[in-house]
Design a protein around this ligand. Structure first.
Ligand SMILES: *[C@@H]1O[C@H](CO)[C@@H](O)[C@H](O)[C@H]1NC(C)=O
Ligand SMILES: *[C@@H]1O[C@H](CO)[C@@H](O)[C@H](O)[C@H]1NC(C)=O
Ligand SMILES: *[C@@H]1O[C@H](CO)[C@@H](O)[C@H](O)[C@H]1NC(C)=O
Ligand SMILES: *[C@@H]1O[C@H](CO)[C@@H](O)[C@H](O)[C@H]1NC(C)=O
Ligand SMILES: *[C@@H]1O[C@H](CO)[C@@H](O)[C@H](O)[C@H]1NC(C)=O
Ligand SMILES: *[C@@H]1O[C@H](CO)[C@@H](O)[C@H](O)[C@H]1NC(C)=O
Ligand SMILES: [Cu+2]
Length: 250
């Protein structure tokens, strides 16, 4: 009976911890606490330290047409912003990330004013970095997500650079992990934070780099609505990350 209970508990634990999201951010030596869906909302909502848009659940979003695809559910704006210079790195730190197949993409969108008044579904999003299949086959190969994965509860770090030429201003940053381990059922895990970008940059990405959430992702996309285990895909050694090209600051 105890064994059975234990088995059940372990099963439950696995199904719960199988999901996740960004726990903290760091810029240089400074850490910023993210929203924690496992802690009381009343200790987080409206707090002056909050730089992360609210996300209530570590579960994935399955429907790319859901408004929550932009900044998760409910995506309530943060109070504060992370100050960062164009050209600096930002690290998103996750705990217990357990999936291993699928692309990871960092996006930004100009809030055109204070981000705490900005509707993320009206953002024009651009990629600043993406990580996919680095080598090997699509099922067992060396995905960045597989390197990033950590079973021991140690922090998993994902670092990207704010393009050095980016015009200063208020931006959302959106870290998104796409998990492809279930055939024809891509899972999207996006979280957003508010950035206050400084610097002497003057550039903004052109139209071919921009898109909307909902909008960019579609279940008609064969790279997302994919069965990685099928005969046709199993031995593939390339995976093309969908969406616009990454903006490098040109
Ligand atoms: C990281 O995030 C967790 C969960 O939100 C929080 O409890 C912890 O204080 C954060 N760590 C740091 C160093 O900010
Ligand atoms: C959007 O997704 C969230 C979280 O996955 C869910 O709670 C909500 O019901 C969905 N909304 C619609 C309109 O399906
Ligand atoms: C945000 O924008 C979307 C797309 O234009 C719209 O459907 C939605 O109602 C807006 N949400 C709010 C809270 O205004
Ligand atoms: C992850 O990043 C944090 C913050 O920069 C750092 O303290 C930690 O050592 C890093 N962990 C790993 C495994 O690189
Ligand atoms: C994948 O490649 C191996 C080695 O060439 C081959 O034995 C296997 O049948 C292939 N699998 C599929 C599903 O095509
Ligand atoms: C990926 O993109 C390259 C370059 O556009 C193309 O040659 C290749 O066929 C694509 N691979 C797949 C699996 O779609
Ligand atoms: Cu999961």
């Amino acid at each position: 009976m105890l064994g059975l209970l234990l088995l059940f508990a372990v099963g439950l634990l696995n199904s719960v911890t199988a999901h996740g999201g960004v726990s903290n951010y760091s810029v240089g030596t400074k850490w910023y606490r993210g929203y924690n869906p496992n802690e009381a909302p009343e200790e987080q909502d409206g707090q002056p330290w909050l730089i992360n848009r609210k996300w209530l659940s570590i579960d994935p979003i399955n429907d790319p047409a859901n408004l929550s695809i932009a900044c998760n559910t409910p995506g309530t704006p943060a109070v504060s912003s992370i100050p960062i210079k164009a050209g600096e790195d930002i690290t998103a730190i996750y705990y217990y990330w357990l999936h291993n197949v699928g692309p990871m993409i960092a996006w930004m969108a100009d809030c055109g004013g204070p981000c705490n008044k900005f509707n993320a579904s009206e953002g024009k999003w651009f990629k600043i970095g993406q990580r996919g299949l680095l080598s090997g086959g699509i099922v067992e190969g060396n995905w960045f997500q597989r390197q990033f994965q950590n079973w021991e509860g140690l922090p998993c770090n994902w670092t990207e650079t704010i393009p050095a030429s980016l015009k200063p201003g208020n931006y959302l940053i959106r870290h998104e992990i796409v998990a492809l381990h279930i055939p024809n059922s891509p899972q999207f895990y996006p979280e957003c934070a508010h950035l206050e970008v400084s610097g002497k940059g003057t550039k903004t990405p052109g139209k071919k780099y921009l898109g909307s959430f909902p909008g960019i992702w579609s279940l008609k996309d064969p790279e997302l609505n994919i069965d990685i285990y099928s005969n046709a895909n199993y031995n593939r050694t390339t995976y093309n990350i969908s969406g616009p090209p990454v903006w490098k600051g040109e």
